[in-house]
Design a protein around this ligand. Structure first.
Ligand code: KG4
Ligand code: ZN
Length: 362
């Protein structure tokens, strides 16, 4: 019989609930975003995001169960994103999940946000199994990890400053694109010349770690210089340096950096499968370059469909299934955490033995 997991995700500005069977089959995927409200502030306002989660969480969960044609009694367990993310936002999802698990008597499974981004791929590719190498690129993170098993990871690289999505959103805002700017800048880049700006591609001597603040600052400097020139000549800045050329140069520099680190990681830690995950994995140039890399190195590339790249709860439910099968269970005092290292144990969580998992009649 299928194991149905209800996933709940509220780590940023999306209130999401989904139902997934056996970690692979999607029955419902409901997302309500408050991005339109944040748009006028140029980025996510945490207090507003939390308030919107409070308003949306119960209707979104009800809608997911309705679409899946299931009731609480049909569920095997509830899985909730506990971090990393905005604390006030996470707390709303975790509190709702705790309350619903308590009243329904169902087990509750804590899920790491980045682990869930990886798991988005299990929904799209039924043959995909660990081990593989994963690039996780989002609004707050940039990691290269070896996914050893469904619940074990070895971190090979992380960003030492900005995340790529954060840099995309910052540059987008400066050139007048509304939040979230990543997809809009991606589109605009095709109208520009990527060679216009000579932007740095940072690399550390003996580490695979990323740094994106250099690219971001250099782009902002070029923008300022162009504005000063334009002011002197009494013309619009766009006549000196166009938004499309900025977008194309910036995108090229970010994707070059990601690709060179990926190649170095694959050299040092060869794998036959490469998985992309996180909001920035929707980026068209990154996807194209990864396909080329796959052909060049003769490895299989997995990229989530665009709808599963950015935050959703289908990925939470998919990862929740594998955590459930590995015996992970939350205690009733579970809480959210803004910081949580991928692969590290989470507070107020216990692990059942393999025997208990097999014999448990939850
Ligand atoms: O994973 P996600 O939904 O949220 C976090 O966990 O942070 O990622 C959101 C980020 C935003 O910064 C957004 O601008 C970026 O992903 N993004 C993109 C694209 N689509 C979304 N960045 C570049 N190109 C895209 N096509
Ligand atoms: Zn995310």
């Amino acid at each position: 019989m299928g194991k149905y997991i209800l996933g709940i995700e509220t780590s940023c500005d999306e209130t999401a609930a989904a139902v997934v069977e056996n970690g692979r089959i999607l029955h419902a995927n409901v997302i309500r975003s408050s991005a339109a409200i944040h748009e006028k502030y140029g980025g996510v306002v945490p207090e507003i995001a939390s308030r919107e989660h409070v308003n949306a969480i119960i209707p979104v969960i009800e809608e997911a169960l309705y679409q899946a044609k299931l009731s609480f009694s049909d569920l095997t367990a509830l899985a909730v994103c506990c971090g990393p993310g905005l604390l006030g936002s996470l707390i709303v999802g975790v509190s709702a999940a705790k309350a619903l698990a308590a009243v329904s008597g169902k087990p509750l499974i804590p899920v790491h946000h980045l682990a869930s981004h990886i798991a988005a791929n299990y929904l799209a590719f039924e043959d995909l199994e660990p081990p593989f190498l994963a690039l996780i690129v989002s609004g707050a993170h940039s990691h290269i990890v070896e996914v050893v098993s469904y619940t074990e990871y070895s971190l090979l690289a992380r960003t030492r400053d900005d995340a790529p999505g954060e840099a995309y959103d910052k540059i987008s805002r400066e050139i007048g694109l509304a939040y979230p700017g990543g997809p809009k800048l991606d589109k605009l880049s095709y109208e520009g010349n990527p060679k216009t700006l000579d932007l740095p591609r940072s690399k550390f001597q003996d580490s695979l770690d990323f740094s994106f603040s250099g690219i971001k600052t250099a782009t902002l400097n070029e923008l300022n210089k162009a504005e000063q020139k334009a002011a002197k000549r009494l013309v619009m800045r766009e006549e000196i340096l166009s938004n499309a050329d900025i977008a194309a140069s910036f995108q090229e520099a970010v994707v070059d950096t990601l690709m060179s680190h990926l190649e170095a990681a694959l050299e040092a830690h060869p794998q036959e499968k490469l998985v992309l995950a996180g909001g920035v994995s929707a980026n068209s140039l990154l996807r194209k370059r990864c396909e080329e890399l796959g052909r060049k190195r003769d490895i299989q590339i997995y990229m989530p469909p665009l709808a599963l790249c950015t935050d959703n709860a289908a990925m939470t439910a998919a990862q929740g299934y594998y955590e459930y099968e590995s015996g992970i269970r939350a205690e009733s005092c579970l809480n959210a955490s803004a910081m949580w290292e991928l692969g590290a144990p989470f507070p107020a969580t216990r692990k059942l033995s393999t025997e208990d998992v097999l014999t448990s009649c939850e």
